[in-house]
Design a protein around this ligand. Structure first.
Ligand SMILES: Cc1cc2nc3c(=O)[nH]c(=O)nc-3n(C[C@H](O)[C@H](O)[C@H](O)COP(=O)(O)O)c2cc1C
Length: 227
């Protein structure tokens, strides 16, 4: 397993900022990031962040620049994302490969391509249902299926409220199959002052799960060291 290769899929649930923030930190941490963005994710991001993902075949540099631009843009500023908490954010040490959702010849569509795990962030109820049913009808679903069968970490960050029985059962099914269900549910015990604090709370838990070092939020028990 290559500890440096991570798959990140963004689907059409609300919370595109989580995907951008996670991508930014993973790249800054030197990860080889394999990114797939669904068509619905493109619509949601344009609605939520007034930003557009580049074309799938655009250069990696264009994608990285879009991520940093959006996270320092007007909406992100209002949300408190500036200055970025990641040092040297313009010089991400990791590398990025982007795939179209129908690119089944991509390495990540096969179990023989080694990764340290896959994150679907945010994860729509539609994608959740398709993975729970083993549909594999696009590259995101196929790569998720591969991570389950290879028993590699698969973390899904669903967002919906309220949840129907079908959605709850899909989550239970995926959890039984080995996936981790990590909803975008920030806590408030760290006394967030701005939206960026809420986003980073969730992204930090995701990074912990991927065993990626970060200093996004103070850890419980570390904020008041014992005397
Ligand atoms: C602005 C916007 C917000 C959405 N928010 C959610 C959401 O929070 N959760 C969800 O499951 N679907 C949400 N949807 C619907 C999904 O995008 C839709 O079901 C889509 O088919 C998911 O496709 P995908 O899984 O291939 O990305 C939203 C759609 C739009 C346009």
């Amino acid at each position: 397993m290559s500890a440096n290769d991570v798959v990140l899929a963004a689907t059409g649930a609300s919370g595109s900022v989580y995907a951008l923030r996670l991508a930014q930190i993973l790249l800054a941490s030197g990860k080889q990031l394999h990114l797939v963005v669904s068509n619905a994710a493109r619509q949601v991001m344009s609605r939520e962040l007034d930003a557009e993902f580049p074309a799938n075949d655009a250069a990696a540099a264009e994608w990285i620049s879009m991520i940093h631009r959006t996270l320092t843009g007007p909406i992100a500023k209002v949300w408190g994302f500036s200055p970025p908490l990641v040092p040297d954010h313009k010089h991400s040490s990791g590398s990025l490969r982007v795939y179209g959702t129908s690119d089944y010849s991509a390495g990540i569509a096969s179990g023989s391509f080694r990764t340290s795990g896959m994150v679907i962030c945010p994860c729509s109820m539609g994608t959740m249902s398709a993975i729970a049913g083993g549909a594999s009808s696009n590259l995101i679903q196929r790569a998720a299926d591969v991570h389950l069968k290879e028993r590699r970490p698969l973390v899904l960050m669903p967002r919906e409220t309220p949840l129907s029985l079908i959605q709850l059962e899909n989550m239970t099914r995926l959890s039984r199959a080995g996936a981790t269900i990590m909803p975008s549910m920030p806590g408030f015990y760290h006394k967030p002052a701005q939206i960026a604090d809420l986003v980073d709370f969730v992204v930090a838990r995701m990074l912990d799960h991927l065993q990626v070092e970060h200093h996004l939020v103070e850890r419980w028990g570390e904020e008041h060291p014992e005397i």
